[in-house]
Ligand binder design. Structure first.
Ligand code: HEC
Ligand code: HEC
Length: 371
């Protein structure tokens, strides 16, 4: 397991990296809340936690806003248009929303995404909710900001524009009178450039906050927000099954909780493959053997809606994904020691799945009118 800075210092550093806006309200859980998450992380074998109604549960703070890309209503509205606009792609076939669809929980539909020009990509599309909180983007954490990620999505196989064509794409979009007018207003003196294009997209993505699930209501004190089975599932999630070690509330992923994020090898994408064909994940970025085939734990918010699962989309149902995780993953040369067979009964698996149903996001990515 990588070092996790749960301290105020670590989280402060995390914010400094993206550039902290004035006294930005902390994006991390309240101190008493992170204290409750800590024992689970420190003691993965903890047999049974406190009763759900007695748990102090972490709540989401505010999304950190980088100093060089402040938010405004006009900018986020512009970003929303861009997110839905196929004219951003190389061949006019794809918009960002194409692979992050509401119908798929804002994750991908195809197990492995298919990019512009029908190019087969190597990974599954993750959900968009709460991406503004992520210190590192992508399954392997190779991007440090949403702005950088946006450029990569445009230039690379997803949108298929090509790095060398980003300037030309910006010029092409600036010919659309509506966009020209909006960019000139929102980015005074700059207008529509490859840089402002991804700044507007990132600003919109920072509005995609999911903090209104049944779990959130429960954490705020509405004890009726979860039913009895979901409460049992929550207790297992935080205790016996120790899912919260890596899917830590309130993000339901440890990857959101320190500037270095977090990556684990749980054994997905290895079985029946030659070693040289395995997607080595985090190791591509760090070149460290200890990161071989390690990926970030995705958020479990909206998980009931975002099938299929894992970085390669190889598991079609939530039940199969939960059973895989609870039984210790797939053994391999670099598997994390934090995963083991929890020997859960069918009823216990059912309760955990019921609890995951309490993480459904209420918001919607609404299609705007395009200029
Ligand atoms: C062809 C499908 C496709 C399109 C189009 C697409 N994406 Fe994605 N997106 C993906 C895949 C696949 C990943 C994960 C890739 C990886 O981890 O290597 C991803 C990852 C992301 C992430 C990182 C999320 C996380 O949890 O780390 C963000 C943010 C994102 N996309 C935003 C965008 C934006 C903005 C656009 C439009 C400019 C876009 N995507 C277009 C498929 C797509
Ligand atoms: C050691 C850390 C760790 C523990 C403990 C853990 N997970 Fe995971 N989980 C991960 C990682 C890492 C991934 C993504 C791996 C990949 O795609 O290669 C993941 C993926 C998942 C997914 C698929 C998510 C998606 O969007 O595709 C589900 C569902 C899931 N875990 C549920 C659970 C449950 C339920 C438990 C407890 C029984 C649990 N996990 C315990 C690290 C962990």
């Amino acid at each position: 397991m990588r070092v996790v800075h749960n301290s105020a210092l670590g989280l402060c550093l995390a914010l400094v990296v993206v550039g902290c806006k004035k006294p930005a309200p902390p994006a991390e859980p309240a101190p008493e809340a992170s204290a409750s998450a800590a024992p689970a992380a420190a003691a993965p074998e903890m047999p049974a936690g406190p009763h759900a109604d007695e748990m102090k549960l972490a709540m989401l703070g505010a999304v950190p806003i980088p100093e060089d890309n402040p938010m405004s209503a006009e900018k986020t509205a512009l970003g929303q248009q861009l997110f839905f606009d196929k004219r951003l792609s190389g061949d006019g076939s794809r918009a960002c929303i194409s692979c992050h669809l509401m119908a798929d929980g804002t994750g991908g539909h195809d197990p492995l995404a298919i990019g512009a020009k029908n190019k087969q990509l190597t990974r599954h599309s993750p959900v968009m909710w709460n991406v503004g909180f992520l210190p590192k983007l992508y399954w392997d954490g190779r991007s440090d900001t949403l702005e950088a990620q946006g450029s990569a999505a445009l230039a690379g196989g997803n949108m298929g524009v090509g790095k060398e064509n980003l300037e030309a794409k910006a010029k092409e979009l600036a010919k659309i009178p509506g966009y020209k007018k909006q960019f000139d207003k929102v980015f005074k003196g700059k207008g529509l450039t490859p840089e402002t294009l991804v700044q507007a997209l990132a600003a919109y993505e920072r509005t995609l906050v999911c903090d209104d699930t049944a779990y959130d209501k429960y954490a705020k004190g509405d004890k009726a927000a979860l039913n009895a089975e979901q409460k049992t599932g929550l207790e297992l999630f935080m205790g016996k099954a120790s899912c919260s070690t890596c899917h830590t509330p309130p993000y339901f992923s440890l990857a959101y909780m320190s500037k270095d994020a977090a990556f684990f090898n749980i054994g997905i994408g290895i079985k029946d493959k030659k070693e040289e064909d395995v997607d080595v994940g985090r190791m591509t970025v760090t070149k460290k053997d200890s990161d071989w085939a390690a990926f970030k734990p995705p958020t479990l918010r909206n998980i009931t809606k975002s099938a299929p699962y894992f970085h390669d989309g190889s598991v079609p149902t939530l039940e199969a994904a939960v059973r895989f995780m609870a039984s210790g993953g797939y053994k391999n040369k670099n598997q994390t020691p934090l995963l083991s067979d929890k020997k859960l009964s069918d009823d216990e698996i059912k309760s955990i799945i019921a609890f995951l149903g309490s993480l459904e996001c209420q918001g919607e990515l609404k299609e705007p009118k395009l200029p």
